[in-house]
Design a protein around this ligand. Structure first.
Ligand SMILES: Cc1cc2nc3c(=O)[nH]c(=O)nc-3n(C[C@H](O)[C@H](O)[C@H](O)COP(=O)(O)OP(=O)(O)OC[C@H]3O[C@@H](n4cnc5c(N)ncnc54)[C@H](O)[C@@H]3O)c2cc1C
Length: 407
């Protein structure tokens, strides 16, 4: 199921059941979001009067991808919507790495939330940033999550070149200052490394010729490959491009400590040996941690052993019934088809014959694919058009409409 259909379903849910709540809270907090839905009447209370139904309030916490997309889809005018966020704009994160090098201006990738979601009041709420717990990371590294981060990185890169141009510096010091280290070989780290390489080689070395022979970009990655979540061909292409460009990839290097001038890594397969490298600037890009607000909430609901809130396929937080979650902070615990196979069978077997024809199965397959998106993905991955192909594969040569499945 893609995120768009999830959002459609979440907002449709609110539209379909308007009498359920007087208050809906949508929280989409940095590094994730959760939707909290409160039934003000509780269970067994008297039915809400018409006036109350009209005054339902939706409170959205956060203005990132999840919150903004949710708001865009939630077009029911009977909601009284409030947005609470430390930032009053939506930022298009895929273009953040380009802002670090000035390829794209910051103002081109932000959109005021008021113009996206008109006629909604916005109250600011204090944000808390989360990053690695390794010593020195928060104090000494740059991060790339917000527009301000990208602007700060750009300024720091330029400052490094300015500093390195001072005539009083030794070559060793100049080399250190112009050593840019990126921690994390995921999409953001790799994209930033590539942008930085182009920025340095196409612009900065022309402006600061003295720096040309000293500048170096290093990418530290704890696993054996960069972009290891993608197809191997993408990884191979990126690694050989970086090699050609002279970006030093140190694979199997896990950062353990960052001081103000040195970064220490534990090299895998090297009996835990610690290597220390001098640097001028570090960008930390190893993914997102759990936001403290979410972590506290997870503790309260007994999900503290997880990294993200577990929801069902309707985005309801497990164990909470009336609380919803979406965005980076949530993961969907998808139900397995086999857990519900008896109910599916019963629904499909319209004539109560105790057997299913392909025709009967086809009639429920749309619902099944919506509820169990893994089935659609499976069919796609096996290049199958529909359930008949699946049955053919399972049972060999079977006549199209004549297949009978016994219960
Ligand atoms: C550089 C970069 C590039 C990326 N590129 C891609 C890409 O190409 N494709 C892709 O699919 N994904 C990409 N991503 C990931 C994508 O941006 C995230 O998955 C997405 O932002 C998650 O949406 P979200 O709403 O959960 O969180 P966010 O978009 O992070 O939004 C969180 C919101 O919560 C607010 N907030 C924080 N603290 C509080 C608080 N205490 N109270 C209230 N509000 C709070 C924040 O201000 C923010 O508005 C990229 C991420 C980065 C950093």
């Amino acid at each position: 199921m893609n995120s768009l259909s999830l959002l459609k379903r979440a907002s449709r849910y609110f539209d379909d059941y308007p009498s359920l709540a007087k208050l809906v809270v949508v929280c989409t907090i940095s590094g994730g979001g959760y939707v909290a839905y409160a039934d003000a009447n509780g269970t067994g209370g008297s039915p809400p009067v018409l006036e109350e139904i009209k005054k339902k309030k939706v409170v959205v916490l956060g203005t990132g991808w999840a919150g903004t997309s949710f708001l865009k889809k939630l077009d029911n005018p009977s909601y009284d919507v409030q947005v609470i966020s430390p930032r009053n704009y939506f930022a298009f994160t895929p273009l953040l790495p380009s802002v670090t090098c000035g390829t794209v201006e910051a103002r081109s990738i932000v959109e005021p939330i008021r113009s996206i979601v008109r006629k909604k009041s916005i109250d600011p709420w204090e944000a808390v940033r989360t990053h690695s717990t390794h010593p020195g990371v928060v104090e000494n590294c740059n991060f790339l999550k917000e527009v301000e981060d990208a602007q700060q990185i750009r300024q720091s890169v330029i400052n490094s070149f300015e500093k390195a141009s001072l005539p009083t510096l030794s070559d060793d010091e100049r080399k250190r200052i112009l050593h840019f280290v990126i921690v994390g070989g995921g999409p953001t780290g790799v994209e930033f490394a590539a942008e930085l390489h182009d920025f340095v080689n196409e612009d900065l070395v022309k402006l600061y010729p003295v720096a040309k022979d000293f500048v170096k970009i290093t990418l530290l990655e704890a696993s054996d490959h960069i972009l290891n979540m993608f197809d191997k061909r993408i990884t191979d292409f990126a690694e050989s491009k970086f090699q050609r460009d002279g970006i030093d990839m140190k694979l199997g290097s896990m950062v353990v400590k960052v001081s103000d001038k040195e970064i220490s890594t534990k090299v895998s397969g090297n009996s835990g040996e610690i290597t220390t490298i001098p640097y001028g600037m570090v960008v930390w890009s190893t993914g997102i941690g759990t936001h403290p607000v979410i972590r506290d909430f997870m503790q309260k609901i007994g999900q503290s052993n997880r990294r993200a809130l577990a929801t069902d396929e309707w985005l309801r937080v497990e164990g909470c019934g009336s609380i919803y979650a979406l965005g980076d902070c949530a993961t969907i615990n998808q139900r397995k088809v086999m857990e519900d196979i008896a109910a599916i069978f019963k629904k499909a077997d319209k004539d109560n014959s105790g057997t299913l024809t392909v025709k009967e199965f086809r009639e429920v397959i749309k619902d099944i694919c919506e509820r169990y998106p893994q089935l659609e993905l499976y069919l796609k991955s096996k290049k199958m058009r529909d359930i008949a192909d699946l049955l053919k594969m399972a049972k060999g040569d079977v006549a199209k409409e004549a297949i009978e499945l016994k219960y």
